[in-house]
Write a protein that binds this ligand. Structure first.
Ligand code: GLU
Length: 428
């Protein structure tokens, strides 16, 4: 599905260049903010279960720490590249800024495929990753979190290694930890729920009742599953879900006209969000091509898998019925597809706003970890709702008043805040 020449960092820079020119950002701030301030590339040797040693390549990119410690997840992905990590780090800077968190942006990655790694091997990768950057990350410098194919267990191994190295307890070093081990209630749900809070607000503006709306979702990992949960709670119907099939090395869309049943699908899903195709068909799901999710006749499209999915090629399959695109994934839409979406007047909630719920709750987790006092789930989720709604309102108001495309409006706010911070600090 994803084209070979796609470069996420080039895309992130072109989005940035467009808006920095639009707001007349001065040359110094522009050249400072269009690149990561720091990055680390390293090797992680791991003694595998069969006794051989395998060497994995790891990265940590800190795009900006102007507004606070760098913040962002760590991905495990076989196709990881440093340019993808750079783009994701940059998007984290705009993400924390758009919801006004006192944090910067960073991202990490390891080129590996956890489908083919035992838990012990994954633990060695996590500990090896921390050993390589232990001096350059930390609660006051750079705070990692989970992302594609990493979870709370990975975070806990990383925390443990960091604490062994630094000789103390530093629960604020990392977020997305398991509840009871420094994690926050609501963190698992936060990205998917946050996405739907913004969808709810957009529907309100269109005078649409969620109960009468349908959605199609790409992905069935953490973000997609909790987005489906919240959207269904609001009364909406999800007609199709697309996800990766590890055995066939391709993706499929599973469709049920009457609406997918989240719990039913969860019961036939592996830990990476892969749905068992045979069992899905037994349960009455139609198995369609991977791209069929985007061709659904629905009100809302939720790309919640990975970057480079709504492209110049696929954008034309979007049906007239689609009113909103909510980007649960980071970087799912390419600039040429953006131009088409803007032309067609589809309301887009851009990734770094739409999926900011995860990092917002990570921020709450860090606050709770640092003061060693943990809130009830309702308190976390209501604070999350407030942050997401406020962030959404600021962007949509600006988009309306200045007649901007939603992505550009979000960039205007974020770049403005970060540029102000680097100027106020006297860096540019
Ligand atoms: N990986 C998530 C994201 O892309 C969360 C980052 C975090 O919690 O720091 O937003």
């Amino acid at each position: 599905m994803a084209s070979k020449e796609f470069n996420a960092f080039a895309m992130a820079q072109s989005q940035f260049d467009k808006v920095s020119d639009l707001i007349g950002l001065d040359a110094g701030a522009k050249s400072f903010l269009r690149e990561p301030v720091r990055e680390f590339h390293f090797l992680i040797p791991v003694r595998m279960d069969d006794g051989t040693t395998k060497v994995f390549r790891g990265f940590r990119v800190q795009h900006s720490d102007a507004r606070g410690p760098a913040k962002g997840g760590i991905r495990f992905h076989p196709q990881e590249t440093v340019d993808t990590v750079r783009a994701l780090a940059m998007w984290m800077t705009w993400k924390t800024a758009v919801v006004d968190l006192p944090l910067g942006g960073g991202k990490g990655g390891v080129i590996c495929d956890p489908h083919h790694l035992s838990l012990r091997e994954q633990e060695q990768i996590c500990r090896g990753w921390v050993r390589q950057v232990a001096k350059n990350v930390g609660p006051l410098a750079d705070v990692p979190a989970p992302d594609v194919m990493t979870n709370g267990q990975h975070m806990l191994w990383m925390l443990d290694e960091f604490e062994v190295i630094h000789g103390g307890r530093y629960p604020g070093f990392i977020t997305g930890k398991p509840v009871g081990m420094g994690g926050s209630l609501g963190r698992t749900e936060a990205t998917g729920y946050g996405l739907i809070y913004t969808i709810r607000e957009a529907l309100k503006d269109m005078n649409l009742d969620p109960k009468n709306t349908t959605a199609s979702v790409q992905g069935f990992g953490n973000v997609a599953q909790y987005a489906i949960e919240k959207f269904t709670q609001l009364g909406g119907t999800v007609t199709a879900v697309s996800c990766w099939d590890q055995n066939d090395q391709t993706s499929y869309t599973y469709k049920k006209r009457t609406g997918v049943d989240l719990n039913e699908l969860r019961s036939i899903t592996d830990r990476f969000g892969g749905i068992d195709p045979k069992k899905a068909q037994d349960l009455g799901y139609l198995k369609l091509a991977g791209n069929a999710w985007i061709e659904e006749e629905v009100d809302i499209l939720l790309p919640a898998a990975i970057e480079n999915q709504v492209t110049g090629e696929t954008v034309n399959s979007i049906k007239k019925s689609v009113k909103i695109i909510g980007e649960g994934a980071n970087g799912p839409t390419t600039p040429d597809a953006d131009a088409e979406i803007s032309k067609r007047g589809i309301f887009i909630i851009p990734d770094f706003l739409a999926n900011a719920g995860g990092v917002t709750c990570s921020y709450f987790e860090q606050v709770q970890s640092n003061m060693n006092y943990f809130w009830e789930k309702e308190e976390v989720l209501s604070k999350l709702d407030t942050k997401m709604t406020t962030g959404f309102r600021a962007v949509s108001d600006l988009a309306r008043s200045r007649k901007l495309y939603m992505r550009d409006a979000a960039y205007v706010i974020s770049i403005g805040r970060v540029a102000q911070a680097v100027k106020d600090r006297g860096w540019v």
